[in-house]
Write a protein that binds this ligand. Structure first.
Ligand code: THG
Length: 367
Protein backbone atom coordinates (compact mmCIF):
# COMPACT_ATOMS: atom_id res chain seq x y z
CA UNK A 1 0.00 0.00 0.00
CA UNK A 2 1.11 3.55 -0.77
CA UNK A 3 1.62 5.99 2.11
CA UNK A 4 -0.67 8.85 2.99
CA UNK A 5 0.94 12.30 2.86
CA UNK A 6 0.92 14.23 6.13
CA UNK A 7 0.06 17.91 5.99
CA UNK A 8 -1.64 20.65 7.96
CA UNK A 9 -5.02 19.54 6.56
CA UNK A 10 -4.63 16.11 8.17
CA UNK A 11 -4.53 17.00 11.83
CA UNK A 12 -2.30 15.28 14.40
CA UNK A 13 -3.64 14.95 17.94
CA UNK A 14 -2.32 15.82 21.41
CA UNK A 15 -1.50 12.09 21.80
CA UNK A 16 0.10 11.41 18.38
CA UNK A 17 3.63 11.30 19.83
CA UNK A 18 2.51 8.59 22.27
CA UNK A 19 0.61 6.68 19.58
CA UNK A 20 3.72 6.63 17.37
CA UNK A 21 6.00 5.59 20.23
CA UNK A 22 3.56 2.72 20.92
CA UNK A 23 4.14 1.44 17.37
CA UNK A 24 0.91 2.31 15.56
CA UNK A 25 0.76 0.32 12.30
CA UNK A 26 -2.29 1.86 10.58
CA UNK A 27 -4.35 5.03 10.54
CA UNK A 28 -7.61 6.20 9.06
CA UNK A 29 -8.78 9.82 8.66
CA UNK A 30 -11.81 10.88 10.73
CA UNK A 31 -12.99 14.47 10.98
CA UNK A 32 -9.78 15.41 9.11
CA UNK A 33 -7.76 13.99 11.99
CA UNK A 34 -5.58 10.90 12.46
CA UNK A 35 -7.35 7.91 14.04
CA UNK A 36 -5.25 4.79 14.71
CA UNK A 37 -6.76 1.55 13.35
CA UNK A 38 -4.20 -1.09 14.32
CA UNK A 39 -1.28 -1.58 16.69
CA UNK A 40 -0.20 -5.27 16.70
CA UNK A 41 -2.89 -6.74 14.46
CA UNK A 42 -6.69 -6.50 14.51
CA UNK A 43 -6.85 -9.95 16.17
CA UNK A 44 -4.15 -9.35 18.79
CA UNK A 45 -5.59 -5.90 19.63
CA UNK A 46 -9.08 -7.49 19.95
CA UNK A 47 -7.96 -10.23 22.32
CA UNK A 48 -6.06 -7.72 24.45
CA UNK A 49 -9.05 -5.32 24.57
CA UNK A 50 -11.31 -8.11 25.85
CA UNK A 51 -8.84 -9.20 28.57
CA UNK A 52 -6.96 -6.15 29.79
CA UNK A 53 -7.15 -2.34 29.37
CA UNK A 54 -6.27 -0.05 26.49
CA UNK A 55 -5.76 3.68 26.07
CA UNK A 56 -7.36 5.01 22.88
CA UNK A 57 -6.53 8.25 21.07
CA UNK A 58 -10.05 9.16 19.93
CA UNK A 59 -9.27 12.88 19.63
CA UNK A 60 -10.99 12.70 16.23
CA UNK A 61 -14.30 12.58 18.12
CA UNK A 62 -14.27 16.38 17.94
CA UNK A 63 -16.50 18.49 20.13
CA UNK A 64 -18.96 21.02 18.74
CA UNK A 65 -19.50 23.38 21.68
CA UNK A 66 -22.75 25.32 22.12
CA UNK A 67 -22.51 28.12 24.65
CA UNK A 68 -25.07 30.77 25.54
CA UNK A 69 -28.73 31.34 26.46
CA UNK A 70 -30.02 29.54 23.32
CA UNK A 71 -27.71 26.50 23.62
CA UNK A 72 -30.44 24.11 24.84
CA UNK A 73 -32.91 25.36 22.23
CA UNK A 74 -30.34 24.87 19.46
CA UNK A 75 -29.47 21.37 20.73
CA UNK A 76 -33.15 20.36 20.55
CA UNK A 77 -33.40 21.78 17.01
CA UNK A 78 -30.68 19.32 15.98
CA UNK A 79 -32.12 16.03 17.28
CA UNK A 80 -35.43 14.15 17.44
CA UNK A 81 -34.46 12.81 20.89
CA UNK A 82 -36.42 14.66 23.60
CA UNK A 83 -33.82 16.45 25.73
CA UNK A 84 -36.19 18.00 28.30
CA UNK A 85 -35.36 15.41 30.97
CA UNK A 86 -31.61 15.57 30.40
CA UNK A 87 -29.59 16.88 33.35
CA UNK A 88 -26.10 18.37 33.54
CA UNK A 89 -23.70 15.46 34.04
CA UNK A 90 -25.52 13.25 31.52
CA UNK A 91 -24.51 12.06 28.05
CA UNK A 92 -27.08 11.06 25.43
CA UNK A 93 -26.52 9.18 22.18
CA UNK A 94 -28.44 11.44 19.77
CA UNK A 95 -29.31 11.02 16.09
CA UNK A 96 -28.84 14.35 14.26
CA UNK A 97 -31.10 14.74 11.22
CA UNK A 98 -31.54 17.21 8.35
CA UNK A 99 -34.81 18.69 7.10
CA UNK A 100 -35.66 15.44 5.27
CA UNK A 101 -35.05 13.29 8.35
CA UNK A 102 -31.73 12.04 6.92
CA UNK A 103 -28.94 11.21 9.35
CA UNK A 104 -26.21 13.89 9.49
CA UNK A 105 -24.31 12.39 12.41
CA UNK A 106 -24.79 10.09 15.42
CA UNK A 107 -22.87 11.83 18.20
CA UNK A 108 -22.86 11.74 21.97
CA UNK A 109 -24.36 14.93 23.44
CA UNK A 110 -22.70 16.02 26.68
CA UNK A 111 -24.68 18.44 28.84
CA UNK A 112 -22.18 20.49 30.86
CA UNK A 113 -24.82 22.98 32.07
CA UNK A 114 -28.10 24.44 30.81
CA UNK A 115 -26.22 26.84 28.54
CA UNK A 116 -23.13 24.80 27.70
CA UNK A 117 -23.15 21.58 25.65
CA UNK A 118 -20.64 19.47 23.75
CA UNK A 119 -21.62 17.39 20.73
CA UNK A 120 -19.02 14.62 20.43
CA UNK A 121 -19.28 14.00 16.73
CA UNK A 122 -18.86 11.09 14.34
CA UNK A 123 -17.21 11.62 10.95
CA UNK A 124 -19.14 14.43 9.22
CA UNK A 125 -18.74 18.23 9.15
CA UNK A 126 -21.44 18.87 11.72
CA UNK A 127 -19.90 22.17 12.87
CA UNK A 128 -20.93 23.81 9.57
CA UNK A 129 -24.57 22.63 9.87
CA UNK A 130 -24.78 23.81 13.49
CA UNK A 131 -23.24 27.21 12.72
CA UNK A 132 -25.62 27.58 9.78
CA UNK A 133 -28.66 26.87 11.99
CA UNK A 134 -27.45 29.16 14.79
CA UNK A 135 -26.87 32.07 12.41
CA UNK A 136 -29.90 31.45 10.18
CA UNK A 137 -32.25 31.51 13.20
CA UNK A 138 -30.28 34.38 14.83
CA UNK A 139 -29.82 32.36 18.02
CA UNK A 140 -27.96 33.79 21.01
CA UNK A 141 -25.32 31.07 21.12
CA UNK A 142 -21.62 30.65 20.34
CA UNK A 143 -20.74 27.59 18.25
CA UNK A 144 -17.14 26.45 17.92
CA UNK A 145 -14.71 23.54 18.15
CA UNK A 146 -12.84 23.85 21.46
CA UNK A 147 -9.41 22.34 22.22
CA UNK A 148 -10.95 19.18 23.70
CA UNK A 149 -9.70 15.72 22.75
CA UNK A 150 -11.34 12.56 24.09
CA UNK A 151 -9.01 9.85 25.38
CA UNK A 152 -10.65 6.44 25.74
CA UNK A 153 -9.77 3.93 28.46
CA UNK A 154 -11.47 0.68 27.48
CA UNK A 155 -11.45 -2.92 28.65
CA UNK A 156 -12.25 -4.96 31.78
CA UNK A 157 -9.40 -3.44 33.81
CA UNK A 158 -10.30 0.17 33.00
CA UNK A 159 -11.88 0.86 36.42
CA UNK A 160 -8.69 -0.25 38.16
CA UNK A 161 -6.41 1.83 35.93
CA UNK A 162 -8.59 4.94 36.15
CA UNK A 163 -8.89 4.67 39.94
CA UNK A 164 -5.09 4.66 40.22
CA UNK A 165 -4.81 7.93 38.27
CA UNK A 166 -7.99 9.80 39.32
CA UNK A 167 -8.96 8.14 42.62
CA UNK A 168 -11.63 5.64 43.61
CA UNK A 169 -14.43 8.14 42.91
CA UNK A 170 -14.20 7.27 39.17
CA UNK A 171 -15.69 3.87 40.01
CA UNK A 172 -18.96 5.63 40.96
CA UNK A 173 -19.53 7.15 37.49
CA UNK A 174 -22.59 5.47 35.97
CA UNK A 175 -23.02 4.54 32.28
CA UNK A 176 -23.40 7.62 30.07
CA UNK A 177 -22.86 9.98 33.01
CA UNK A 178 -19.81 12.13 33.66
CA UNK A 179 -18.17 13.86 36.59
CA UNK A 180 -15.25 16.27 36.96
CA UNK A 181 -11.80 15.10 38.08
CA UNK A 182 -8.53 16.93 38.59
CA UNK A 183 -5.34 16.23 36.68
CA UNK A 184 -2.30 18.50 37.08
CA UNK A 185 -4.51 21.26 38.42
CA UNK A 186 -7.06 21.05 35.60
CA UNK A 187 -10.69 19.91 35.89
CA UNK A 188 -11.53 17.27 33.29
CA UNK A 189 -14.89 15.71 32.47
CA UNK A 190 -14.72 11.90 32.63
CA UNK A 191 -17.65 9.83 31.36
CA UNK A 192 -18.38 6.12 31.54
CA UNK A 193 -18.79 5.57 27.81
CA UNK A 194 -16.81 4.58 24.75
CA UNK A 195 -16.87 2.88 21.40
CA UNK A 196 -16.59 -0.70 22.69
CA UNK A 197 -18.76 -3.16 24.64
CA UNK A 198 -15.93 -4.00 27.05
CA UNK A 199 -16.69 -1.13 29.44
CA UNK A 200 -14.60 1.91 30.17
CA UNK A 201 -14.29 5.66 30.24
CA UNK A 202 -13.77 8.67 28.06
CA UNK A 203 -11.65 11.53 29.38
CA UNK A 204 -12.47 14.83 27.67
CA UNK A 205 -8.95 16.25 27.70
CA UNK A 206 -9.32 20.02 27.72
CA UNK A 207 -6.03 21.63 26.66
CA UNK A 208 -3.66 19.88 24.26
CA UNK A 209 -0.71 20.65 26.54
CA UNK A 210 -1.78 18.05 29.12
CA UNK A 211 -2.32 15.35 26.48
CA UNK A 212 1.06 13.64 26.71
CA UNK A 213 1.40 14.09 30.52
CA UNK A 214 -1.95 12.29 30.95
CA UNK A 215 -1.06 9.62 28.38
CA UNK A 216 2.22 8.96 30.23
CA UNK A 217 0.51 8.90 33.65
CA UNK A 218 -1.93 6.21 32.45
CA UNK A 219 0.86 4.03 31.06
CA UNK A 220 3.01 4.46 34.18
CA UNK A 221 0.10 3.51 36.46
CA UNK A 222 -0.95 0.49 34.40
CA UNK A 223 2.28 -1.38 33.75
CA UNK A 224 1.25 -4.42 35.85
CA UNK A 225 -2.24 -4.31 34.27
CA UNK A 226 -0.62 -4.81 30.85
CA UNK A 227 -2.02 -1.49 29.64
CA UNK A 228 -1.46 -0.94 25.91
CA UNK A 229 -2.28 1.66 23.30
CA UNK A 230 -5.39 0.60 21.40
CA UNK A 231 -8.07 1.96 19.13
CA UNK A 232 -11.64 1.26 18.10
CA UNK A 233 -11.44 -2.37 16.97
CA UNK A 234 -13.32 -3.45 13.84
CA UNK A 235 -13.98 -6.99 15.10
CA UNK A 236 -15.26 -5.98 18.53
CA UNK A 237 -17.34 -3.11 17.09
CA UNK A 238 -19.17 -5.36 14.62
CA UNK A 239 -19.72 -8.08 17.24
CA UNK A 240 -21.19 -5.35 19.45
CA UNK A 241 -23.27 -3.69 16.73
CA UNK A 242 -21.74 -0.24 17.16
CA UNK A 243 -22.60 1.71 14.02
CA UNK A 244 -20.12 3.69 11.95
CA UNK A 245 -21.48 6.86 10.36
CA UNK A 246 -20.50 7.06 6.67
CA UNK A 247 -20.13 3.28 6.53
CA UNK A 248 -23.28 1.70 7.95
CA UNK A 249 -25.48 4.77 7.40
CA UNK A 250 -25.41 8.08 5.52
CA UNK A 251 -27.71 11.06 5.05
CA UNK A 252 -29.83 8.80 2.82
CA UNK A 253 -31.00 6.92 5.93
CA UNK A 254 -33.48 7.85 8.65
CA UNK A 255 -32.74 7.04 12.31
CA UNK A 256 -35.45 4.37 12.13
CA UNK A 257 -33.66 2.60 9.29
CA UNK A 258 -30.52 2.67 11.45
CA UNK A 259 -32.28 1.03 14.40
CA UNK A 260 -32.01 4.32 16.27
CA UNK A 261 -35.78 4.75 16.62
CA UNK A 262 -35.35 4.11 20.36
CA UNK A 263 -33.33 7.33 20.56
CA UNK A 264 -36.11 9.35 18.85
CA UNK A 265 -39.12 10.95 20.54
CA UNK A 266 -40.28 12.69 17.42
CA UNK A 267 -43.73 13.57 18.81
CA UNK A 268 -42.37 15.46 21.82
CA UNK A 269 -39.09 16.77 20.37
CA UNK A 270 -40.68 20.13 19.61
CA UNK A 271 -38.52 22.36 17.44
CA UNK A 272 -36.46 19.56 15.90
CA UNK A 273 -35.54 20.28 12.27
CA UNK A 274 -36.79 17.36 10.18
CA UNK A 275 -39.54 16.56 12.70
CA UNK A 276 -42.34 16.71 10.11
CA UNK A 277 -40.41 14.46 7.72
CA UNK A 278 -39.70 11.98 10.52
CA UNK A 279 -43.33 11.98 11.69
CA UNK A 280 -44.31 10.98 8.15
CA UNK A 281 -41.76 8.15 7.86
CA UNK A 282 -42.36 6.96 11.43
CA UNK A 283 -46.07 6.53 10.68
CA UNK A 284 -45.40 4.28 7.67
CA UNK A 285 -42.50 2.51 9.40
CA UNK A 286 -39.13 1.92 7.77
CA UNK A 287 -38.94 -0.39 4.72
CA UNK A 288 -35.31 -1.29 5.34
CA UNK A 289 -33.32 -1.55 8.55
CA UNK A 290 -29.84 -2.31 9.86
CA UNK A 291 -29.37 -5.94 10.83
CA UNK A 292 -26.58 -8.20 12.05
CA UNK A 293 -25.64 -10.68 9.33
CA UNK A 294 -23.55 -13.86 9.62
CA UNK A 295 -21.75 -14.67 6.36
CA UNK A 296 -20.89 -18.33 5.72
CA UNK A 297 -17.47 -19.74 4.96
CA UNK A 298 -13.86 -18.63 5.12
CA UNK A 299 -12.86 -15.12 6.31
CA UNK A 300 -14.05 -12.39 3.93
CA UNK A 301 -11.99 -9.27 3.15
CA UNK A 302 -12.88 -5.95 4.84
CA UNK A 303 -15.86 -4.22 3.22
CA UNK A 304 -14.71 -0.96 1.57
CA UNK A 305 -17.84 -0.48 -0.57
CA UNK A 306 -21.39 -1.76 -0.09
CA UNK A 307 -21.75 -5.43 -1.04
CA UNK A 308 -25.19 -6.26 -2.52
CA UNK A 309 -27.39 -8.68 -0.60
CA UNK A 310 -29.50 -10.73 -3.01
CA UNK A 311 -32.30 -13.29 -2.75
CA UNK A 312 -34.16 -14.96 -5.59
CA UNK A 313 -32.18 -12.89 -8.09
CA UNK A 314 -33.32 -9.57 -6.53
CA UNK A 315 -31.35 -7.03 -4.53
CA UNK A 316 -32.70 -6.99 -0.97
CA UNK A 317 -30.06 -4.92 0.79
CA UNK A 318 -26.36 -4.29 1.26
CA UNK A 319 -23.59 -5.21 3.65
CA UNK A 320 -21.38 -2.32 4.83
CA UNK A 321 -19.08 -3.67 7.60
CA UNK A 322 -17.49 -7.12 7.69
CA UNK A 323 -14.81 -9.09 9.51
CA UNK A 324 -13.95 -12.57 10.69
CA UNK A 325 -14.80 -13.09 14.37
CA UNK A 326 -12.34 -15.37 16.20
CA UNK A 327 -14.69 -15.70 19.21
CA UNK A 328 -17.79 -16.65 17.17
CA UNK A 329 -15.97 -18.52 14.37
CA UNK A 330 -17.99 -16.85 11.62
CA UNK A 331 -17.89 -13.75 9.48
CA UNK A 332 -19.80 -11.04 11.33
CA UNK A 333 -21.35 -8.18 9.37
CA UNK A 334 -23.60 -5.14 9.54
CA UNK A 335 -26.03 -4.59 6.68
CA UNK A 336 -29.14 -2.73 5.61
CA UNK A 337 -31.88 -5.26 4.77
CA UNK A 338 -35.26 -4.75 3.12
CA UNK A 339 -38.45 -5.46 5.09
CA UNK A 340 -39.21 -8.56 2.96
CA UNK A 341 -36.00 -10.25 4.18
CA UNK A 342 -35.22 -8.80 7.63
CA UNK A 343 -36.96 -11.54 9.66
CA UNK A 344 -34.37 -13.30 11.89
CA UNK A 345 -33.15 -16.54 10.31
CA UNK A 346 -33.82 -15.43 6.73
CA UNK A 347 -31.26 -16.90 4.33
CA UNK A 348 -29.80 -14.54 1.72
CA UNK A 349 -26.68 -14.29 -0.44
CA UNK A 350 -23.96 -11.65 -0.29
CA UNK A 351 -21.91 -10.57 -3.33
CA UNK A 352 -18.44 -10.49 -1.75
CA UNK A 353 -15.28 -9.72 -3.76
CA UNK A 354 -14.54 -13.47 -3.35
CA UNK A 355 -17.87 -14.43 -4.95
CA UNK A 356 -21.41 -15.19 -3.77
CA UNK A 357 -21.71 -16.36 -0.16
CA UNK A 358 -24.66 -17.67 1.79
CA UNK A 359 -25.61 -15.56 4.83
CA UNK A 360 -28.17 -15.43 7.64
CA UNK A 361 -30.00 -12.35 8.89
CA UNK A 362 -29.94 -12.31 12.71
CA UNK A 363 -32.04 -10.56 15.35
CA UNK A 364 -29.22 -9.69 17.77
CA UNK A 365 -25.59 -8.67 17.47
CA UNK A 366 -23.08 -11.03 19.01
CA UNK A 367 -22.21 -9.03 22.12
N1 THG B 1 -17.83 8.46 22.21
C1 THG B 1 -17.80 9.81 22.08
N2 THG B 1 -17.94 10.40 20.90
C2 THG B 1 -18.13 9.64 19.79
C3 THG B 1 -18.19 8.24 19.88
C4 THG B 1 -18.03 7.65 21.15
N3 THG B 1 -18.26 10.25 18.60
C5 THG B 1 -18.17 9.45 17.40
C6 THG B 1 -18.89 8.13 17.53
N4 THG B 1 -18.43 7.47 18.76
C7 THG B 1 -20.38 8.38 17.59
N5 THG B 1 -21.12 7.12 17.48
C8 THG B 1 -21.48 6.38 18.59
C9 THG B 1 -22.02 5.12 18.37
C10 THG B 1 -22.38 4.33 19.45
C11 THG B 1 -22.22 4.81 20.74
C12 THG B 1 -21.69 6.05 20.94
C13 THG B 1 -21.33 6.85 19.87
C14 THG B 1 -22.62 3.99 21.92
N6 THG B 1 -23.70 3.22 21.83
C15 THG B 1 -24.06 2.32 22.91
C16 THG B 1 -24.70 1.09 22.28
O1 THG B 1 -25.21 1.20 21.16
O2 THG B 1 -24.64 0.05 22.92
C17 THG B 1 -24.95 2.89 23.99
C18 THG B 1 -25.96 3.88 23.57
C19 THG B 1 -26.92 4.21 24.72
O3 THG B 1 -27.49 3.27 25.30
O4 THG B 1 -27.16 5.40 25.02
O5 THG B 1 -21.98 4.05 22.93
O6 THG B 1 -18.05 6.42 21.32
N7 THG B 1 -17.61 10.57 23.16
Amino acid sequence: MAQIALSRRLRRTPFSDGVEAAGVKGYTVYNRMLLPTVFESAEVDYRHLKEHVQVWDVSCERQVELRGPDAARLMQMLTPRDLRGMLPGQCYYVPIVDETGGMLNDPVAVKLSEDRWWISIADSDLLLWVKGIANGYRLDVLVDEPDVSPLGVQGPKSDELMARVFGDRVRDIRFFKFDKFEFEGRELAIARSGYSKQGGFEIYVEGSDIGMPLWNALFAAGEDLQVRAGCPNLIERIEGGLLSYGNDMTDDNTPHECGLGKFCNTHTAIGCIGRDALLRVAKEGPVQQIRPIAIDGEPVPPCDRPWPIVAGGKRVGQVTSTTWSPDFSTNVAIGMVKLSHWEPGTRVEVETPDGLRGATVRDKFWI
